[in-house]
Write a new protein. Structure first.
Length: 479
């Protein structure tokens, strides 16, 4: 491995798994929180009767927009200032903000607390992945990253089921209070167990200009997508927001080319695997969010399931994610990620085809819904962790946090677009069975597009070994 890696792994840890569990508990919270509010939406409406649906959508969207915009800057902070320090700070901020969310008396306070929560989530996510990568030897990383990705996938998938129970029994506040016990455990174990690691490039200054341009670019673009169907926003305002986003991202790329120590080293994208994995992550992120959001619309509007029952109906899919991901991680460490990505995308497209053709207007869960749910869970378990793993497989150690964060941010931006598209297609008051056809066709098309984008991915063990033995100077930008 590179010289950078040795500086990081020097404090020998008897077993890397305790580090994995501490880091994963925090990621579980963040991912669960991202989707739990899909289930809380109607409870929030009842809790804040004076708020409009557009106001309430900000409880979901403010979090996602801020989280997506800050992931990459937070990865840079972790690489420079120490992964343990940034991780613990992120978990503490996330916990305090969760309590503030539960105590919020108005929608505006709730949105403000969600912004803080997203800042905490953005700090801890890339630091968590770097801590996991640093704890495992190179040959076991594919399994570790697959399981790390699976924890996130499982949590995102469990969020709505768990949320619907907690909210039905205890009120919407508990969508936030549930974070506290697990978060406290993560801080307590993290303080005692984690070893500090930062890169030898920590003397480099933080790229504040790049950070600002990236936040403006991602934030303004996400804002335009999220507000696309809002009556309060004129066509001109939407176009202005989208144009600001595009200019911000173009400025970010132009700046990264000339900056002495850019936030994201654009050389990362020279590697075709990294480039295509990020494109695939984007298309799969849209499909994943569309499936989720549409599921609750279908259960409520077509089959008239109450929220807790919809939560149970969703559970079998997520339960398939962990075993599928664990087996995929094993296979990836032997054969690379591409076969798993292709098979997983085809299975996921198959689940969309099932939902397009089979479920009708009358509830028939076991015969009409369950097979599609199981297929989608297996597909997600094969694709999501494999995308995370393939994204970081070629990276030199000094780029772990930023390289992983770019990939996570791309998925979040895809998710914002997926939610916005679903609301656009299904937002009308009177939903029919036929209203869902467009969603399932999009879902299928995006799954097949993801498969095509994964064709150039090359992470077979031999290629990784060659990449890891590249001298550190070859992997770093020339400044």
């Amino acid at each position: 491995m590179t010289h950078a890696h040795h500086t990081e792994a020097s404090p020998a840890i008897a077993s890397p798994w305790p580090v994995f569990w501490v880091a994963s508990v925090a990621v579980f919270l963040v991912s669960m929180d991202g989707t739990m509010l899909f289930a809380a939406f109607s409870a929030l409406r009842a809790g804040f009767p004076q708020a409009t649906a557009a106001d309430l959508s900000w409880v979901l969207n403010a979090y996602t927009v801020v989280y997506a915009a800050l992931l990459v800057p937070a990865g840079g902070l972790a690489d420079r200032h120490g992964r343990k320090k940034v991780f613990i700070a992120g978990v503490v901020l996330f916990l305090l903000a969760s309590v503030a969310c539960g105590l919020a008396g108005t929608v505006h306070w709730l949105v403000a607390a969600r912004v803080l929560q997203a800042m905490g989530a953005a700090l801890l996510t890339p630091a968590s992945l770097s801590l996991v990568l640093g704890a495992f030897p190179a040959e076991r990383r594919a399994i570790a990253v697959s399981l790390w990705g699976a924890v996130g996938g499982l949590a995102a998938a469990v969020g709505p089921s768990l949320g619907s129970f907690a909210i039905a029994a205890l009120g919407w506040q508990w969508a936030f209070y549930l974070n506290v016990p697990l978060g406290l455990f993560s801080v307590w174990r993290g303080m005692t167990l984690l070893q500090e690691s930062r890169q030898f490039s920590s003397r480099r200054p933080l790229d504040v200009a790049g950070m600002g341009l990236l936040i403006i670019g991602v934030g303004a673009l996400a804002l335009a997508v999220v507000q696309a169907d809002s009556p309060q926003w004129s066509r001109q305002a939407l176009l202005a927001s989208a144009a600001t986003g595009v200019l911000g991202l173009a400025g970010f790329i132009a700046w990264a080319r000339v900056a002495p120590a850019p936030l994201v080293d654009l050389n990362l994208f020279r590697h075709p695997t990294y480039r295509y994995v990020n494109l695939a992550t984007f298309s799969f992120g849209i499909a994943f969010a569309m499936m989720f959001f549409a599921f609750f619309f279908y259960m409520n509007a077509i089959w008239n399931y109450p929220l807790p029952l919809a939560g149970i109906a969703m559970a079998p899919g997520p339960l398939m994610v962990i075993p599928a991901a664990a087996l995929s991680g094993r296979a990836a460490s032997r054969h690379g990620h591409r076969p798993l990505l292709l098979a997983g995308c085809l299975i996921y497209a198959g689940s969309a085809l099932w939902f397009y053709l089979v479920p009708g207007v009358e509830p028939a869960y076991l015969t009409q819904w369950l097979p599609g749910m199981l297929l989608s869970g297996i597909g997600i378990g094969m694709v999501m962790p494999s995308l995370s793993g393939a994204a970081v497989s070629h990276l030199p150690a000094e780029h772990y946090a930023v390289g992983g964060a770019v990939n996570q941010a791309v998925r979040q931006i895809g998710s914002v677009i997926g939610v916005a598209l679903t609301v656009l297609i299904l937002g009308s008051a009177s939903l029919q069975r036929a209203s869902f056809d467009a969603i399932y066709l999009c879902h299928m098309g995006l799954a097949l597009l993801t498969a095509v984008l994964c064709l150039p991915v090359s992470t077979a063990p031999a290629t990784i070994r060659n990449a890891s033995t590249t001298p550190p100077d070859a992997a770093r930008p020339i400044s």
